[in-house]
Design a protein around this ligand. Structure first.
Ligand SMILES: [Zn+2]
Length: 452
């Protein structure tokens, strides 16, 4: 934006919540927003702090109005906002000097028109830091490219020359000239403004056109890529179908093989079972036959044995009977012949005498010969007046007169003792013992000669 050399450039500077400058704009741009032509969507439903500034051709600050502005949900400036920035600037009081003399400053605590006080805010007024320092720096940087026309060659800065004396008629003429000049300048400004707007619109249209072309190109590129991808997809689908067919074929083949082997397996199983059954039956039959044969044989053997046994029993009975009969016959014969012989011998004067230890010589009558013959010892014992057992014990002592006491080591004592010549005087446990082993008074008389 271009201003005249003696004009003041205008701009709006916005501060964010942290107190930093977030945006700068020309006053015309702000007016366009204010008129609702260009809504600011990024600021909808927000209230921002801003500063209306004026600067000279040396980019020095001349005035600053610290105001607030709210935005609707469409991004337009609150329609109730109607702060007269020009009027505020004209009425503002003096503030700090930022290089071009004291600036005109309006803020909440220094408000020239009291009923606009709520539209304003209070900055830190230290000129070396805070908003004032930031403003000074931003204006010098001139991001907005605010330009001023060069002054005419004959232009001379104001001097502190003495005011020329002017009369009232002259004053009126000058005022009229000044007004006319102002009007022509204003008309020129408006004209420039419109031209700039047109240029800007053209520029925008060209930009939009370029964007459209770019967009169309991109769309075409995307369309081509899509087509490519679709073809690839189609190809992949075809391939998949082929593979599916192959897989199906192989699956069928495998299924067939599986069935074939299952069938074969079943057949083999059936055969094996049959063979097994046959073998089992054969085996059972064989075993049964063997058992039958063995049983028959054994039965026959048993029968034979039974017959033999029966025969043998019969034979035994017969033999017993025979023996008894023969014995009787023999006894009869012996008795008859013995008695006859003895009677004949006695008649001829022969007598029978025997010698028995303890009993001496005994003459045996013919009637007792048979008894003597049956048991000579018993006969001798009877003759001595003792029983057979007593006699036998005595006879043993008589034949070997030693102590018969049993010792602990299993042997006999064997001590020589006196011989007792008569069985009647002999006492078992006393007569056949030495002094040491003799049992007293016969209290424990025991049978000694019980040996076989
Ligand atoms: Zn003894």
């Amino acid at each position: 934006m271009i201003f005249d050399y003696d004009e003041l450039g205008r701009a709006i500077i916005f501060f964010d919540g942290d107190g930093k400058i977030c945006r700068e704009m020309h006053s015309s741009e702000f007016e366009a927003i204010l008129d609702g032509y260009v809504p600011l969507k990024e600021w909808r439903n927000r209230e921002l702090r801003a500063v209306f500034v004026e600067m000279d051709a040396d980019y020095l600050l001349h005035s600053a109005i610290f105001f607030r502005v709210g935005f609707t949900e469409k991004g337009e400036i609150d329609p109730n906002w109607n702060l007269p920035l020009d009027a505020m600037t004209r009425a503002a009081s003096e503030g700090p000097d930022l290089g071009a003399g004291p600036i005109k400053l309006a803020c909440a605590s220094q408000c020239p028109i009291m009923h606009y006080r709520d539209y304003l805010w209070d900055p830190d007024l230290n000129k070396n830091r805070g908003p004032l320092a930031a403003l000074k720096k931003t204006i010098k940087t001139n991001k907005l490219s605010i330009q001023f026309r060069d002054p005419p060659e004959d232009f001379k800065p104001e001097k502190s020359a003495p005011e020329p004396q002017v009369n009232s008629a002259d004053m009126e003429r000058r005022f009229a000239e000044y007004t006319a000049e102002m009007r022509s300048q204003m008309a020129q400004l408006i004209k420039e403004h419109r031209m700039q707007d047109t240029a800007s619109a053209n520029e925008n249209a060209e930009g939009i056109k370029a964007l459209k072309v770019e967009h169309a190109n991109q769309m075409e590129a995307y369309r081509l890529r899509l087509k490519e991808k679709e073809e690839e997809l189609k190809e992949a689908e075809t391939r998949n179908q082929m593979m599916q067919i192959t897989i199906d074929g192989q699956a069928k083949k495998i299924e067939g093989l599986r069935e074939y082997f299952e069938h074969k397996l079943e057949q083999n199983e059936g055969k094996e079972a049959e063979e097994l059954q046959m073998l089992k039956e054969n085996y059972e039959a064989e075993i049964a036959a063997k058992v039958e044969a063995a049983t028959t044989e054994l039965k026959q053997l048993l029968q034979m044995r039974e017959v033999e046994l029966l025969y043998r029993n019969e034979r035994e009975t017969q033999l017993h009977e025979e023996i008894t009969r023969l014995r009787n016959e023999a006894q009869e014969l012996t008795g008859n012949s013995g008695n006859q012989l003895l009677e004949k011998m006695l008649a001829k004067g022969i007598s029978f005498v025997t010698y028995q230890p303890g009993a001496g010589h005994i003459t045996i009558p013919a009637s007792e010969i048979s008894r003597f013959m049956d048991n000579p010892v018993a006969y001798a014992a009877q003759t001595c007046g003792v029983n057979e057992e007593h006699y036998t014990a005595w006879l043993e002592h008589y034949q070997a007169p030693v102590c018969s006491a049993d010792l602990d080591d299993g042997s006999s004592c064997g001590e020589n003792i006196d011989r007792i010549s008569s069985p009647a005087d002999f006492h078992i446990g006393i007569g056949d013992r030495c002094e040491t082993h003799r049992e007293l008074k016969g209290a424990h008389l025991s049978v000694v000669s019980n040996k076989p």
